[in-house]
Write a protein that binds this ligand. Structure first.
Ligand code: SAM
Length: 190
């Protein structure tokens, strides 16, 4: 019932590393078509399906249109790097900040590997900057990157700002050999 097979990557990562739990609020960057948001809605109990557990919140953002999903709030046709989008997110959040930032974002691939790599790294670096205004202290960030020369730059920046940073290569993304994720936990905040 997932909108896209990418759901299985997040399920696999979360089964192993437990980044989502009932009551957490989540920002899903690059959310279209919405499979990660489906997983997040289930795991943070955004619909209150389990009345005994706390109710979480999910907001998804994408350049593309995203069909509505019960339990999630979507900002469609919105660029996460745009300050206007960042203000809109903040206005929609129930609290000032989120517990988890997920990013499965991917820029339109040009086919030039080095260029695509750099574009995705700069998107991720932008998210680390955004964390300052949008991620709670001790919060978590999970972001996809394509491996290359500048992966280290992103990894080092994450290590500056989070206490625990690891690289994850889900089984479910084996076919895309250059795709990995950084999982950064325990945001140091300001
Ligand atoms: N995780 C999604 C799911 O499970 O349904 C799939 C995400 S797809 C691999 C990557 C998405 O990132 C694309 O829909 C693309 O439009 C989006 N994206 C790329 N750059 C973006 C940006 N600057 N702001 C918002 N979304 C962006």
């Amino acid at each position: 019932h997932y909108r896209c097979r990418s759901a299985f990557k997040l399920l696999e990562i979360d089964d192993k590393l437990h980044i989502l739990r009932p009551g957490l609020s989540v920002l899903d960057c690059g959310a279209a078509p919405g499979a990660w948001s489906q997983v997040a809605v289930e795991r943070v109990n955004a619909l209150g399906t389990d009345p005994a557990a706390p109710t979480g919140f999910v907001i998804g953002v994408d350049l593309l249109r995203i069909s509505p999903l019960e339990g999630a709030v979507f900002l469609s046709q919105a660029d996460i790097t745009d300050p206007g989008t960042q203000r809109a997110i903040q206005n929609l959040l129930p609290a000032e900040k989120v517990d988890v930032i997920l990013s499965d974002m991917a820029p339109n691939a040009t086919g030039i590997k080095e260029l695509d790599h750099q574009k995705l790294i700069s998107l991720c670096l932008g998210l680390v900057n955004l964390s300052q205004s949008i991620l709670k202290p001790k919060g978590t960030m999970l972001c996809k990157f394509w491996d290359g020369h500048e992966s280290r730059v992103l990894q080092n920046k994450l290590k500056e700002q989070f206490q625990d940073v690891r690289t994850i290569k889900p089984q479910a993304s084996r076919k895309d050999s250059s795709e990995s994720y950084y999982l950064a936990r325990l945001y140091k905040g300001k």
